[in-house]
Structure formats: structure tokens, C-alpha cells
Ligand binder design. Sequence first.
Ligand SMILES: NC(=O)c1ccc[n+]([C@@H]2O[C@H](COP(=O)([O-])OP(=O)(O)OC[C@H]3O[C@@H](n4cnc5c(N)ncnc54)[C@H](O)[C@@H]3O)[C@@H](O)[C@H]2O)c1
Length: 326
Amino acid sequence: MKVLITGGAGYIGSVITEELLNAGHDAIVFDSLYKGHRAAVDARAKFVEGDLMNVALLTNTLRENEIEAVIHMGADSLVGESVEHPAKYYQNNVVNGLKLLDAMRVSGVSKLVFSSTAAIYGEPERQPIEEDDPAKPTNPYGETKLAFEHVLRWYEDAYGLRYASLRYFNAAGASEQFGEWHDPETHLIPLVLQAANGTRGEVQIFGDDYPTSDGSCVRDYIHVIDLSRAHVLALGILDERSAIYNLGCGGDGYSVKQVIATAHEVTGREIPTRIGPRRAGDQAVLIASSEKIKHELGWQPELQDLRLIVKSAWDWLQKHPRGYRA
Ligand SMILES: NC(=O)c1ccc[n+]([C@@H]2O[C@H](COP(=O)([O-])OP(=O)(O)OC[C@H]3O[C@@H](n4cnc5c(N)ncnc54)[C@H](O)[C@@H]3O)[C@@H](O)[C@H]2O)c1
């Protein structure tokens, strides 16, 4: 297939592009580079620099490249920022998403894989979270992703759009070529590894009195390669139907202290930590169930091991201590 990846110069999009190409598809990356990196675009992919709000450029790109499906990764995704600047999140995650759908409609492209988030579940009543559990986001980030999912549903009914919406928590790890490099960085594994290589100070653990085995919060981490393969796999259902799938680690998750201990083992370095107060709104445990996608699409994570995840991220950081900075 000829696939357009919005946000393909970002962390997850870069690995999806790589996996698409490895699977024999053509990949065209569309990214404004406002957060992504040109060096994160696979050399085998075509690259178009542009913003999702530019419907004319999007439409031309879809037509000229005879695009058959879109994987939509381009979005803003910082929870705290979304609370301070909801307008930015509604603009980029909803309004600009609508621009993409407009361009797809006029170009006759009717297949979309959407990178949603497990943040749409808010404060779930049970773990692991299943797709039918109530969606009650507690911040504008989750709210805007859920709003876009609702758009997809109505566009399917009215315009025949086919979509797969994938909801997950924390992408983690790296491929041989591409890794995680955000500014600001808010994700635990890169923060811990940057502390290990001395480019960052101590890591703060937000609360160690949660009702978990070691008192720190438990979260769900999926290897970015497994996650990317799920996006590629989801393309395969769009001839027939739309679907919503969770993607989770499939086990009991990993605590913050466990991540730090694993990083210490993998790197052989000391990781300075400090116990701080709980953060408002943090849940003790957040894990998504992947049973539905396993059952329906046969998705099987092959790299679902915290040590493997942390090691791949560390190997990448060792090769790129300044990330994608020149
Ligand atoms: N990282 C995670 O753990 C995680 C978890 C759940 C869902 N997600 C979702 O996955 C997607 C990718 O996340 P990521 O961590 O790779 O983020 P990222 O910031 O690394 O990548 C996003 C990319 O989108 C591009 N982009 C953003 N707005 C754009 C616009 N208007 N026009 C063109 N390009 C634009 C950015 O330049 C960037 O390259 C996001 O939609 C995010 O909500 C991420």
C-alpha cells in the first residue's frame, strides 16, 4: 500500500515508517517538524514538510502520491500543557485532524489508522482497561483524542470512512535507527536514561505510598516496535470494517521503581532519585488490556520485556547522546 504517515518525523511515527517500509509498503511522511526531526525520517521514505492545517498541500500530497491509507500520528500530546493551553490541543488534535479528513475526502482516501490514547479512559474503575470501559477523560489531551474518535464514527456512517483507532499508554524503547527525543521530555524511561548518562540530574519519584507492591505508580510500557507493528497490522482490516483496539503490555505493568532498577542494571550506572509528593490526578495503576487485538488480529508483542525495552532505548541513546541534534 501507499501510506501517508502524519507526524512521521516524531518518535512513534519514525518507527512506524520504518516498519511499513520493512513490510514492503511505500511510506510518505507528512510532518511540520515543529516537534519532529528530519533525521528521524527513514531514508527510504518520501518526506513532505507541511502542517496539517494546510489542506491544499495535504490534498496535493495525497493525490500526487496516490495514497491509499493514512496513519495519523501528528498531534500534541503533553497532558500538563493541554490543561494550561486547551485551545492549542483543540486546534491541533481536533481542528487540524478535521483538515486531514477533508483532504482525504476530496482525494478519495477512505482508510485511516488513528493514534488515540488510553488517556481517554481518565480514572478507570478496573484494570486492565478494556475497550468498552467508560471513556471519561480528565484532561484536554484525552478529551481531544476522544472527540476525534467521535468524528471518525460519524464520518464512517456518512462518508464511508474506515478507521482503526488504537488506544495505548506509554510507547517506549527504540529501533536500531530511531529513538525517543522530545523537548521537553516528560516520559520516564528517557528521563531515567538521561540521568544515567549524566545529561540530566536526579529523577523524581512522584509518591511512594500508593497501594502497589513497592509504593510507586504502576504503568504500562509497550515497545515502540511492537506498537508500530500493530499500526501496520491495523491497516489490514480497513477493507472490511472499522475498529477500536487497546494496546497494552499484557501483564501487570511496571512500577516507577522497577523501571529505575532495570535502568540501573542495564546501564551499570547510578541513577540519582528523589521521592517527591504525589502528583494531582495520578492513578496508582494504569494498564490497558490487549486481549481484543490479540484475539481479532493476532497481534503478539515480541519485545514485551522491560529489560529489552530499556536496553533498546539505552543502546540508541549511547549512539545518539545528543538525540537528533546535529
Ligand atoms: N508517546 C507515547 O507514549 C504516546 C502514547 C499514546 C498515544 N500517543 C500518540 O502518538 C502520536 C505520536 O506521539 P509521539 O510521542 O511520537 O509524539 P512526537 O511529538 O514525537 O511526534 C508527533 C509528530 O507530529 C508532528 N506534528 C504535530 N502537529 C503537527 C501538525 N499540525 N502538522 C504536521 N505535523 C505535526 C510533530 O512535528 C512530530 O514530529 C501522538 O498522536 C500521540 O498523541 C503517544
